[in-house]
Write a protein that binds this ligand. Structure first.
Ligand code: DP6
Length: 351
């Protein structure tokens, strides 16, 4: 094995989780800068593992394989590296061998761009450290990785930290920046560190609108200003709920954000409707279960039809039974993913 390692001039390998936003990033300007701040948490079991090797010095060349095969994603990676070379000139001087795999199935309805660009940015930022002599355990390393991840996909900026993070300028924190995310390391009420996310798969067919095209619809949206104001307000309230342990408020804001995201899409011109009748059925059942049992469950939704059912570890058994007896009938082939809040990215060392 060590013989293999020495064939590379530089090598780095990271595992990076996907994340789910509670306050949604929707709309961007310039180079992947968000119109509004967003807040998310990383998942534990849905992640991408990527390894980057610099095989030899040459003009920039990229070989990319996904799960052992050539991938159409290669063109996007090539474009991404060309952009990053403006930040790190060494990128233009190497032949790259990049390979990647996801822990979750392709059709699982989990956005893979966040974990993919998160993992790739971490590898590149680590290799960059060998050229600039910086410390890859320092917080500034992760800020840089977050910024580089953002250039690939906005939501990826929030995947390189543990637990909850915020991306975008906000009056709440001086650390808030449009360039990179930062982690909410301290002060989160312990209850929220036990969040579970059951991803209920309603429809796994490819999205009719890419997220970039979706963001663009906010540019001339009649409600743009009010949406930005709403996101700021929701972020403030959600943060207060997270530190005080206010579960009711958490539920109110989380569902409001999910439905506002879809309301923005439905009222765009042209309009986009991504939720399906079964998504609405799941929402109604989740709300009914909460009212009937008093068990704190709620939902969030990404730019797609799948429903993320959020609940707490202490209610695991009852929620699982609820999913199995009432919700799976509305899922495509009764499929769902059982995930929860995670501890963030991990460097994978070569053995
Ligand atoms: C609805 O990060 O996928 O999931 O920056 O164009 O790659 P690009 O978009 P992307 O958008 C995610 C939008 C969202 C909300 C969120 O994750 O905050």
């Amino acid at each position: 094995m060590s013989g293999l390692i020495h064939r590379y001039l530089h090598h780095s390998q990271w595992r990076c989780p996907s994340n789910i936003a509670l306050v949604k990033y929707w709309g961007k300007r310039d180079e992947q800068l968000p119109l509004n701040p967003s807040l998310s948490f990383v998942l534990r079991d849905s992640y991408t593992e990527t390894s980057v090797s610099l095989v030899r010095e040459s003009s920039r060349k990229v070989e990319f394989s996904f799960e052992g095969r050539e991938s159409p994603f290669a063109a996007r990676i090539e474009k991404y590296l060309a952009r990053l070379a403006q930040e790190a000139g060494w990128i233009n001087k190497y032949h790259f061998r990049i390979s990647s795999r996801n822990s979750f199935p392709h059709s699982a309805g989990i956005a893979s761009s966040a974990s993919s660009f998160g993992a790739l940015a971490l590898c590149l930022a680590e290799i960059d450290c060998t050229f600039r002599d910086c410390d890859p355990t320092d917080p500034s390393f992760f800020r840089r990785a977050s910024e580089w991840a953002r250039l690939g996909s906005g939501s990826a900026s929030r995947s390189v930290f543990p637990g909850f993070s915020i991306w975008g300028r906000t009056q709440l924190f001086e650390a808030g920046s449009d360039e990179h995310a930062f982690p909410l390391e301290q002060g989160i009420h312990p209850e929220f560190l036990t969040l579970c996310d059951a991803v209920l798969l309603v429809d796994s067919s490819p999205k009719p609108v890419s997220s970039s095209a979706g963001h663009e619809l906010m540019n001339h949206h009649l409600f743009q200003r009010s949406r930005i104001a709403q996101a700021h307000e929701n972020l403030n309230e959600l943060y207060l709920a997270l530190i005080s342990g206010d579960v009711e408020k958490f539920i109110e804001i989380t569902e409001n954000e999910a439905l506002s995201l879809h309301a923005m899409m439905m009222t765009s011109r042209p309009s986009v409707v991504l939720i399906k009748p079964d998504s609405l059925e799941l929402i109604a059942r989740i709300r009914d279960f909460r009212q009937r049992t008093g068990i704190p469950v709620c939902f969030t939704i990404d730019a797609g039809p799948n429903i993320h059912l959020l609940s707490f570890e202490k209610n695991r058994a009852e929620v699982r039974e609820f999913i199995e007896t009432e919700l799976l009938q509305f899922c495509e082939n009764r499929r769902w993913l059982d995930d929860r809040i995670g501890r963030g990215p991990e460097k994978i060392s070569q053995t």
